[in-house]
Design a protein around this ligand. Structure first.
Ligand SMILES: NC(=O)c1ccc[n+]([C@@H]2O[C@H](COP(=O)([O-])OP(=O)(O)OC[C@H]3O[C@@H](n4cnc5c(N)ncnc54)[C@H](OP(=O)(O)O)[C@@H]3O)[C@@H](O)[C@H]2O)c1
Length: 263
């Protein structure tokens, strides 16, 4: 068992990728701390996990200051966290010219400031207790831009930059920093994506419905954590190739994204 007796804290564990990560970490012998806003959903998932010393810790990533206040008590209770998976996130499908400004704040609070606050609260204890892994789920949208995602991509690019700088600072303390950039994965993210008024759009999307199976995505994520990778892109089809195409043919890529209406 790859992660036997490790304590793994997963945000956004009530759905999609986070839920699958919880299932697979527990199968690999880990004790999982499951977090998101939905206590009931988390309790139901916890009940289905392979046996372990699992815990539910409800939290709202959109309240980073509160999060930093509350986390020390959780750390005192669990003793140590070996792996922090900053996975909670929301997306967006709306055009810049039609967006209210508050949509940008909503996306940055959850996807960026929430992640920074979690890391700020957990990392010192991780260092004190001998090291561990900080994992951030960014996105292919954190490596390339496309229509309908000015706020989402901005927040996910910010995560990539944050993790690159953090890695440079804390490798010397025995901390492994991994940035995961998934392409489309079949989860509720399309339904939960914000419209220009900051409300969930509540409709399915072909790219997400045809996306990777979340169990396959989680399997690849666990492998990347075990191999102590710095950054991985995970996905199928064009979404997994997009960062490479952009890197080697930036003008062509930018021309293509301006012409297509990829959702
Ligand atoms: N699916 C994809 O195609 C894809 C691609 C690239 C990157 N990603 C990234 O993968 C991560 C997981 O997304 P998913 O696809 O699994 O989507 P999902 O099924 O919609 O799950 C999102 C998770 O984030 C949690 N969350 C949202 N807002 C929160 C808040 N304010 N406080 C605490 N938790 C919050 C949700 O829990 P509650 O609602 O219970 O709070 C839920 O557990 C996200 O960071 C996303 O950007 C997904």
């Amino acid at each position: 068992m790859l992660f036997k007796n490790k304590t793994v804290w997963i945000t956004g564990a009530s759905s999609g990728i986070g839920r699958e990560l919880a299932v697979q970490f527990a199968q690999q012998g880990a004790n999982v701390i499951l977090s998101s806003r939905s206590q009931e959903k988390l309790e139901a998932i916890k009940a289905e996990l392979a046996p372990g010393n699992h815990k539910v810790v409800p939290l709202d990533m959109a309240q980073p200051e509160r999060l930093m206040q509350d986390i020390p008590a959780v750390l005192d209770a669990v003793g140590r966290v070996d792996i922090l998976v900053n996975n909670a996130g929301i997306s967006q499908r709306s055009l810049f010219l039609e967006n209210e400004f508050k949509v940008y704040r909503q996306l940055m609070e959850v996807n960026y400031f929430g992640l920074v606050a979690m890391t700020k609260a957990v990392l010192p204890r991780m260092i004190e207790t001998g090291g561990g892994s900080v994992v951030a789920i960014s996105s292919v949208a954190g490596k390339v831009g496309s229509k309908f995602r000015t706020g989402y991509s901005g927040s996910k690019y910010a995560v990539v930059g944050f993790m690159d700088c953090l890695r440079a600072e804390v490798t010397q303390h025995g901390i492994h920093c991994l940035t995961i950039c998934p392409g489309s994965v079949k989860t509720a993210i399309g339904h939960n994506s914000l419209n220009g008024q900051g409300e969930a759009q509540n409709k399915p999307e072909a790219s997400i419905e045809n996306g990777m199976d979340p169990a396959d995505a989680a399997r690849q994520m666990l492998k990347a954590i075990a191999a102590r990778k710095d950054e991985v892109v995970i996905g199928k089809g064009i979404s997994s190739w997009a960062p490479t195409i952009k890197r080697f043919f930036p003008q062509l890529f930018n021309m293509m994204t301006a012409k297509t209406s990829y959702r």
